[in-house]
Design a protein around this ligand. Structure first.
Ligand code: FES
Ligand code: FE2
Length: 329
């Protein structure tokens, strides 16, 4: 089978990140290709976010090329027709009665800096959502975005592919604390491993635990704990199809507010806690970018082998692939 002819669907159903909150301030209109469709993302003056099909139902102008936010509406650059956040036409540019027309509006959720839209090729309403997690006592996440040639199915499979942890990431002492469990669109698993310490540890290898909470193929939240530093971080893995070939991969990281700076390193006690937290988060996301980037050469050049020739030592690849089927069509 040639690479590029994949036995997985290009645009699975589910919630996918279309932008980060800081990229869409009030009055901003962004355009994007999302699951092969042209969309616009805009935020009204009062702060409401909306994701609409990009094409105006009047005479077809692309709202992402010159469309503007006007109060709670987006105004088309061609004849000035306005549409609200639900996509309903509210007025024409001529001061005449607005036609009864609607631009498709994607279901949207916005959580701690992440804007997600629901994709379904038949445009059915979602029957599941991504629950919010308590972020009180956590720092606002830092993010990083890449564009690459791959699919969300491949990125999510990586987190159950225990076999590659040592080969690609050089993790050692890998242990499974909780085998893969699924519940509808939700998947979870927990591992521990030792990895090369980042800047603040005296010891060479550091023990960390990872608990994966994956909702659909576009969103994972990984709860990480490093007991030796009494440090907890929350990592986001956000995969979004662009077109048949390309996708965005965004990662995010937050850390739990520190009780005292000395828990990271005794020398840091002299610095204010807020400064130490921001140094730790910066170092943390840098390490995280480094780890995820190690997979890129594989992702961008691999093909999907199905059925795979598995061996003892592999993770739960087949149960994972069975779970994936619910999002494909
Ligand atoms: S095409 Fe949008 S107002 Fe005419
Ligand atoms: Fe990986």
């Amino acid at each position: 089978m040639r690479r590029g002819v994949l036995p997985i669907c290009a645009f699975p159903k589910g919630w996918f990140t279309v932008a980060l909150s800081h990229e869409v301030k009030s009055g901003t209109v962004l355009k994007q290709t999302f699951c092969g469709e042209e969309i616009v993302i805009f935020r009204t003056e009062s702060g409401k976010i909306s994701v609409l099909d990009a094409y105006c139902t009047h005479l077809g102008a692309h709202l992402g090329h010159g469309g503007t936010v006007e109060g709670e509406n987006i105004r088309c650059p061609f004849h000035g027709f306005c549409f609200d956040t639900k996509g309903d036409c509210t007025k024409t540019g001529y001061g005449t009665k607005a036609p009864k027309t609607k631009i498709y509006n994607y279901p949207v959720i916005e959580h701690y800096g992440i804007i997600l839209a629901y994709f379904d090729p038949e445009r059915n309403a979602p029957d599941w959502s991504i629950p919010e997690v308590e972020m009180t006592g956590w720092l606002y996440p830092k993010f990083h975005t890449w564009q690459l040639e791959s699919r969300p199915q491949e990125i999510a499979e990586n987190s159950v592919d225990i076999g590659h942890f040592s080969e690609v990431h050089k993790y050692t002492a890998i242990q499974v604390h909780k085998n893969l469990e699924t519940d509808g669109p939700f998947l979870t698993a927990k591992y521990s491993m030792e990895r090369q310490a980042f800047a603040f540890s005296k010891s060479k290898k550091i023990y960390s635990e990872f608990e994966i909470h994956q909702w659909g193929l576009g969103y994972a939240r990984v709860e990480v704990s490093v007991p030796a530093m009494n440090l907890r971080s929350r990592q986001f893995v956000l995969a979004t199809p662009i077109d048949e070939k390309n996708m965005f991969l965004r990662i995010g990281m937050s850390i739990q507010s520190l009780e005292k700076s000395s828990q990271i390193h005794p020398l840091l006690t002299v610095l204010p806690k807020g400064l130490v937290e921001s140094i730790v988060l910066k170092a943390g996301i840098k390490g995280y970018i480094h780890d995820v980037y190690q997979d890129f050469k594989i992702w961008q050049n691999k093909k999907v082998v199905h059925p795979p020739a598995l061996a003892e030592g592999d993770g739960p690849i087949m149960p994972y692939r069975k779970w994936v089927k619910q999002f494909e069509y």
